[in-house]
Design a protein around this ligand. Sequence first.
Ligand SMILES: *Cc1c(COP(=O)(O)O)cnc(C)c1O
Length: 420
Amino acid sequence: MSDIRNTFGYATSRKQEGIFQYTRQDEGEGVSFDPDKLALIPEKDRRWAWTEVDLNAIRHNVAAVRREVGSGRRLLAVVKADAYGHGAVKVAKTALNTGADYLAVATVNEGIQLREGLVNAPILILAEPPASSIPLLLAYKIMPSVYTAEFAIQYAEAADSYGLRAPFHLAVNTGMNRIGVRYDEVLTFMRQVGFHRALDLQGVFTHFATADCPENMDFIRQCHRFQEAVDSLRAAGIDPGLVHCANSAASIRYPDTRFDMVRMGIVMYGYHPCPETRKIDLRPAMSVHARITDVRPLPMSEGVGYGLHYRSRGSVKTFTIPVGYADGYMRCLSGKTDVLYNGKRLRQVGNICMDQAMVEVDMRTIGLREKLDPQVGDEVVVMGRQGDQQITATELARIAGTIEYEVCIGFAHRMPRIYV
Ligand SMILES: *Cc1c(COP(=O)(O)O)cnc(C)c1O
């Protein structure tokens, strides 16, 4: 058993320097803490704020997409950005066990994290990583998206030198103008790099800029360009491998875009990218919870938080929760959002701080309204369901002027995650 004082460098000589003064008396210098016991203190008891991810909701959503798109094509689970803040390894395994076949990430390290979490499915990086990362791609069997000849050749040569193949998906730019070989240049591109024996075209894909938008002219143009690119390869005798282009919105809304595989992102986490996807039933997987750390009556005209922008109108209490903008509780939500307590909506008041936020409780007795009596330690829901009330990422995103994706990812920054 190691001495935790040594682990943290609490050398007794420091005492004289006046840095650490934990020891009350000289005999106390022999105190040591058992790191195994310390490790047993649960995350939820170290700080009263946490996120919960309901893996059954992920299962429900994957199954709903699978039912909608049918069994004749592959289902790729997009687990980039730590699975939109839900935890990449757990979500990937859950999705694969529920009918997903393929995974996509944004970075090499995200791919490595999945492999180290013992995930075996094919992994595609949705962009072309730096050529200097090629040994990692080969070692961990992570497929890059490719759209420059320099990368393609370096990748092929590196693979060849190890006696390996160099599988990749060709990214096609059909109008989003983010990454990819232009739709009318894919054949030239493939002829330029295709001589290399190690290169192994596993798929061809594009990404839509407006699949979730009401107007669909640009969307249709992208579809045509993508079809043109795929046709040009086939006509030249090049097998495009898995043809895919549909993100969540397109895969539910436009069956013609499903091709060999669909890429499900936001729907897997329980959110609708647009009203047209509401024909499938989704359940949000993430919720955000906290316990009350402080309760106080707030006399009339007293203010709360930085700037004291909120002032008590009398007959109120306020309580504090340890969730702030460093946890993804965005400061721009200040005074505009609610939390759930006892199944009731209560208004968040005052500026949201970096690590804490305050909430108002109206103590007036009006009619039959239940009188609330918040206590330190009581649970509050910042996002999610309590009783018959619900605060969704959609609601928070609307107030903050952003999208559910950013809300969920924000809440993953610092709070511990509990799977339920
Ligand atoms: C992020 C991403 C997706 C997933 O998008 P959703 O809207 O979450 O379904 C699909 N394809 C690509 C290329 C992406 O970058």
